[in-house]
Ligand binder design. Structure first.
Ligand SMILES: Cc1cc2nc3c(=O)[nH]c(=O)nc-3n(C[C@H](O)[C@H](O)[C@H](O)COP(=O)(O)OP(=O)(O)OC[C@H]3O[C@@H](n4cnc5c(N)ncnc54)[C@H](O)[C@@H]3O)c2cc1C
Length: 438
């Protein structure tokens, strides 16, 4: 077992001077908890967060000034979380997410040379030269903006989220973290939620938050059902350099049987995102890098000149998930555990950050008023607010994916008409641009 701070995460039922390893949760629930405690070593906290991905780490940071104690549990080693490896994902960030990352002191942790600007986005249907284009608006929510959106490596986002928390991990005042942990069992009760760990240990809290990815163990254990969409496709991602400029324009091309997104990382470097049926992946992966680069060049009609693949090729099976509710008794889902999006519309992380923003604000308000932070009405409010946006986004994205991966003639015509009509209708373009900028 790894711990962020061995002294603070040692579990003990006896009181210590440590502010985190507290003797009891609070007066109103400690007796009930003691009655229910099954394990020989039970640790009490206010909020348990499972998963130290970008969303779990962001939630830890967002709860900083609430006066609440937080306990973070992660299955990977601390080394893996502290030094996230490049995983091929380049994440498109909206202006809203950027603002929240700034408030969480994460933005300043980013290497400025690795923040890439997106000036324009274009959508193509097959080899047609017609593009539905989206330009940077002058202002977003009344403020002048420099770019349509930002592109950041997922590893850079994870690193920034970890670095922002580092002072707290090193000198804990409200947060304890345990890495390399395997959860055995989850249970929730009227007064508390409990996570059972190995070695007959348990953590009890007033609220349990699941940030453990789209195949969430916690969601399943809580009995929360989810709409799951296996697209039968895989996304391949890698970096390329090219001899001609990409004009800092993202390109989304729907070719027959596959899609290709080109995300600009500076003018002469791009991230390639290929979506292809699962049974075609091996053929593509068996190509040499030179042959694959040539193939990409052909799809793009030579638009980027000579292409050279510069990174490892990473693959992700495409699975869309939307939990049917974002809460259960004394527990809630955030990030991908709540909604795991198809990456084509680039919303997963952005929506995850919105889940943190909405829920942390509600928790903060309740804590300030001395109210129960795990009460059902609060969790229901979170569910209502967040799902207002996630449901249409999730189903809209899935419908779009279906239309753009269907190569029967009616679908091809519908796409063709769709792109042209959207281009003419200013309100439609405005709505899409607003989604892109956040
Ligand atoms: C190819 C690709 C491109 C993408 N592009 C974009 C984009 O452009 N824009 C965008 O907004 N989003 C994008 N996304 C989505 C984005 O990557 C995710 O939404 C985001 O990473 C979710 O973060 P998370 O913290 O919720 O989950 P994760 O990043 O999956 O982290 C979950 C954490 O929980 C831990 N964990 C799992 N199970 C347990 C357990 N049982 N116990 C303890 N810990 C556990 C894991 O080890 C991990 O650290 C893309 C995704 C992919 C695959």
């Amino acid at each position: 077992m790894n711990t962020a701070n061995p002294t603070t995460s040692t579990t003990s039922p006896t009181p210590t001077s440590n502010p985190i390893d507290t003797q009891s949760l609070n007066t109103h629930s400690s007796n009930t908890q003691a009655n229910h405690a099954q394990s020989s070593h039970t640790q009490y906290t206010d909020i348990i967060i499972v998963g130290a991905g970008p969303i779990g780490l962001s939630m830890c940071q967002a709860l900083k000034n609430t006066g609440l104690r937080v306990h973070l549990l992660e299955k990977q080693s601390q080394e893996a979380i502290a030094h996230p490896q490049y995983d091929g994902r380049e994440i498109a960030i909206t202006h809203r997410t950027k603002g929240f990352m700034k408030r969480l002191e994460q933005w300043r942790e980013l290497d400025k040379d690795r923040i890439h600007h997106l000036k324009r986005a274009e959508v193509y249907n097959g080899q047609s030269l017609f593009a539905l284009g989206f330009d940077k608006p002058d202002r977003v929510r009344g403020r002048p903006i420099e770019t349509l959106g930002y592109l950041l490596a997922n590893s850079a986002i994870r690193q920034a989220a970890y670095n922002a928390l580092l002072p707290e991990l090193q000198h804990p005042s409200y947060l304890t973290a345990e890495f390399g942990q395997t959860i055995q069992k989850i249970s929730s009760h009227a007064d508390y939620a409990e996570v059972q760990l190995a070695e007959d240990r348990a953590i009890q809290g007033k609220l349990l938050l699941a940030a453990d990815s789209r195949v969430s163990f916690v969601r399943k254990a809580l009995g929360i059902s989810a709409d799951m969409q296996d697209f039968g496709r895989t996304v391949l991602v890698f970096r390329c350099r090219h001899t001609m400029t990409n004009h800092l324009t993202a390109h989304e091309g729907f070719y027959y049987g596959k899609t290709l997104a080109v995300l600009p990382l500076g003018e002469f470097e791009s991230s390639m995102v290929i979506t292809i049926a699962n049974n075609k992946v091996t053929t593509l992966k068996n190509l040499s890098n030179q042959a694959l680069a040539l193939e990409l060049s052909q799809w793009l009609g030579g638009r980027l000149g000579e292409i050279t693949i510069t990174s490892e090729i990473f693959s992700y099976p495409l699975l869309g998930v939307h939990a049917n509710t974002f809460y259960a008794q004394r527990s809630a889902l955030i990030g991908d555990a709540a909604v795991g999006m198809h990456p084509v519309t680039a919303h997963g992380y952005n929506l995850g950050m919105e889940s943190v923003e909405i829920l942390s604000r509600l928790i903060h308000k309740a804590a300030m008023r001395g109210q129960d932070i795990g009460k059902t009405s609060l969790l229901r409010q979170y569910h209502r607010k967040h799902s207002l946006k996630t449901r249409p986004m999730y189903h809209g994205t899935n419908a779009l994916v279906k239309l753009y991966t269907d190569d029967r003639p009616p679908a091809k015509v519908a796409r063709h008409i769709g792109l042209r009509v959207s281009n003419i209708l200013t309100p439609v373009k405005k709505v899409i641009t607003a989604q892109l900028t956040g």
